[in-house]
Design a protein around this ligand. Structure first.
Ligand code: FAD
Length: 395
């Protein structure tokens, strides 16, 4: 959509071919329906948040940086706010406001939207000449001076981005770096997470270790699932894991030192001294977690609190500060927030987003082998590369 807007108004017709009845289905689900449109940061900070191929994005980000994205949406009447981690959202917390503003702008720019599934890009004398597509009415063809492939990755394929852009690019000689999941739920060796499916922990600290080496540590919200773990802080951390297995540790009480936590437990134990150990943790933990923690602690849950030894209490403190899990892999790319891999950026001119192989062919967004951490950086990438591709695709 950004590519089409920036290509418009230059004596040249602009058409969006969108396989869904209307564009922006993925945009609607971004940021849990609130759409974290960008990150209120400098170009340099942005580049440090790119996981794959930051150098390729230098020209694009300086051409259309976060500040310009914010100005652009404000100019469309979308009031914005900046939250924790410089994440920028519409003030209304509604991604539909962002999408509606874009659709209105496309209309003003006379961009035509055709429902069609692009199947083949034709080439004459080394330059693109048109696109064959399938509309609800059958096969059709549109002539084109330039074509921008902005088909996204292959995550959440029900939104429309199912990897078909890779095939279009490969058919024109482009190399596609094999797609892999990034920002993705994680599978654990331990199966006890299944008994806590749906339980979300807020304000815990999650760390990942490759043997002794700390890969990631952040406070936030996480979720237990039937296969392992998910939720914002796990998705963020997943981007730092390059191979498996890795150790994961959940600090249930990041605001308390081990000593203070111990003092709190002593106070709870005094209050519950005649109860069973398994009935003494209600003030410390969500109810569903108590059987798991009791089992991991190695202390018999039926033991009376007044006979729990100092060593057993000390083990409980260590456990609550670092509940261990073993991460053995990720969920598939379809369940990832972003697809890593895609069109090899060495075959694309970073100053224009034009293919180095076929004239008049451009790329924008997640179809390229670029992906970023969470925080609005992935949409920013789509917007910046879209603007650059759009303005270079017209005569
Ligand atoms: C659940 C979720 C939440 C997210 N939240 C955020 C967030 O808050 N902030 C952030 O920065 N990023 C977020 N992302 C990532 C972000 O949504 C993507 O990186 C971004 O949408 C990529 O934009 P794109 O234009 O390249 O591709 P897409 O948004 O995937 O759009 C591609 C479009 O191309 C269409 N298409 C595909 N193939 C064809 C074809 N052959 N013919 C015609 N049309 C076709 C698709 O239908 C789709 O509409 C989130 C992703 C997910 C899945």
């Amino acid at each position: 959509m950004l590519a089409a807007i920036s290509a418009s108004g230059k004596n040249c017709g602009v058409v969006i071919l969108e396989k869904n009845p209307s564009p922006g289905k993925k945009l609607l689900i971004t940021g849990k329906g609130r759409c974290n449109i960008t990150n209120n940061c400098t170009e340099q900070d942005f580049l440090e948040s790119v996981i794959s191929n930051p150098k390729f994005l230098i020209k694009a980000i300086y051409r259309f940086p976060p500040v310009k994205v914010m100005e652009f949406f404000e100019s469309l009447g979308v009031k914005l706010k900046t939250e924790r981690g410089r994440r920028v959202f519409p003030e209304s917390d509604r991604s539909s406001d962002v999408l509606n503003a874009l659709l209105k702008k496309l209309k003003e720019c006379n961009v035509k939207i055709i429902q069609g599934d692009a199947a083949e890009i034709s080439v004459q004398n080394g330059r693109v000449s048109g696109v064959k597509y399938f509309s609800p009415h059958g096969e059709s063809y549109i002539e084109a001076y330039s074509v921008i492939i902005a088909t996204g990755g292959m995550s959440y394929p029900t939104t429309g981005s199912n990897g078909s852009g890779y095939k279009l690019a490969a058919a024109l000689g482009h190399t596609v770096i094999p797609p892999r999941p990034s920002l993705v739920p994680l599978v654990t060796k331990e199966t006890w997470t299944a008994s806590l499916t749906g339980l979300s922990l807020k304000n815990v600290n999650v760390s990942f270790y490759d043997n002794e080496k700390l890969l990631f540590s952040e406070q936030g919200e996480m979720l237990f699932t039937h296969f392992g773990v998910s939720g914002p802080v796990v998705l963020s951390g997943s981007a730092y894991i390059k191979h498996f297995p890795v150790g994961m540790y959940i600090d249930m009480k990041p605001a308390l030192s081990a000593e203070i936590l111990d003092a709190r437990i002593i106070s709870d134990f005094n209050e519950y001294k005649n109860k069973d150990f398994s009935n003494s943790l209600d003030k410390l933990l969500p109810k569903a977690m108590i059987p798991v923690v009791v089992s991991l602690s190695g202390t018999d849950g039926r033991k009376k609190v007044n006979s729990v030894t100092k060593a057993e209490r000390s083990k409980l403190v260590s456990l609550l500060k670092a509940i261990p899990l073993t991460v053995t892999g990720t969920r598939p790319v379809e369940e990832a927030i972003v697809t890593s891999g895609g069109v090899n950026v060495s075959e694309v001119n970073p100053s224009t987003m034009e293919s180095r192989i076929t004239g008049g062919l451009f790329f924008a967004g997640e179809v390229l082998d670029v992906d970023c951490y969470t925080g609005g950086f992935n949409l920013q990438t789509a917007f910046s590369t879209g603007v650059l591709a759009g303005e270079n695709a017209v005569k």
